[in-house]
Write a protein that binds this ligand. Sequence first.
Ligand SMILES: Cc1cc2nc3c(=O)[nH]c(=O)nc-3n(C[C@H](O)[C@H](O)[C@H](O)COP(=O)(O)OP(=O)(O)OC[C@H]3O[C@@H](n4cnc5c(N)ncnc54)[C@H](O)[C@@H]3O)c2cc1C
Length: 285
Amino acid sequence: MINQKVLLKNETTYRFGGMCKNFFLLNDKKDLDNFDEYDIFDEYFILGKGSNVAFSENEFDGAVIQSKINYIDFDNKTNKLELGSGTYLPDLSRFLKSKNLSDGEFLLGIPGTVGGALSMNAGCYGYEFLDYVEAFEYFDIKSKKIKKIKKSQINYGYRFTDIDDSIILSVTMIFPDGDPDKISKNMKEFTNHRKNTQPSALYNAGSVFKNGEDYYAAELIENAGLKGYKIDGVRVSEKHSNFFIADKDAKSSALYKLVNFVKDSIFDKYDVMLQEEIIFVGDFS
Ligand SMILES: Cc1cc2nc3c(=O)[nH]c(=O)nc-3n(C[C@H](O)[C@H](O)[C@H](O)COP(=O)(O)OP(=O)(O)OC[C@H]3O[C@@H](n4cnc5c(N)ncnc54)[C@H](O)[C@@H]3O)c2cc1C
């Protein structure tokens, strides 16, 4: 792996983050053969496209490892796909369409990687990533071994998996045969729906909070009168109250303050403790 000095803000959709002197690009699982050389950090953060992450502006002391393992292998007899964990979800969605495989249309608008989507169990429009996963290969940071695990062996749910201390390397997935017209129609509908309901502003990481079993986070935030509420250059979107948008030079500390302000307000008003979907990484004290 190549050790780089990187400004983390350049690696995330929010454009937040300070310096990281130990940023490693993982291009191939063979790069992990000499992991012992890097096994000197207290903390590892595994990064995909950074589309669900807000790094602190302080220097990150640990190591960041970003998966760039990018490939799609397709077996047309079984419809099975083996995907590198760094594969971009919209590329996967378009690949599935090219093979007339359905149910990958929801991935077109999620700007993350296969590894990030597995870790988060990303989803929308009634689809969830894990529904199509059979198994995956990962590097276990503790034992320093590459292992393969079936989906049935992990715990997962809405925007949750219990995959810890692992670098996801590749994922085996299977999608059903589909009708090309229906696939195109779904892609158009989902894209239009996003355009109509979500802000087009650049700097965000999708939904800030998870929905609950009996509430939508956006609805609570809107009903609490917080649409447009702004702290130091980060605001609750006017278009979708669960998207918080950053101005170009805003800091992640402002997002952190806004998230906590909104959580406190919703708790005071509705006795509901919102749970973050976005991930704060680093020191926010
Ligand atoms: C405009 C916009 C729209 C969005 N819409 C949706 C949506 O509809 N539905 C949805 O679920 N999400 C959505 N998101 C959020 C985000 O894109 C997803 O959660 C995505 O799956 C994150 O992937 P990533 O590669 O960017 O992961 P990152 O943000 O880099 O990381 C997210 C988590 O995954 C872990 N991770 C990443 N790669 C690996 C790996 N190789 N091995 C182990 N762990 C890994 C990280 O450690 C972290 O815990 C949206 C974001 C944006 C900006």
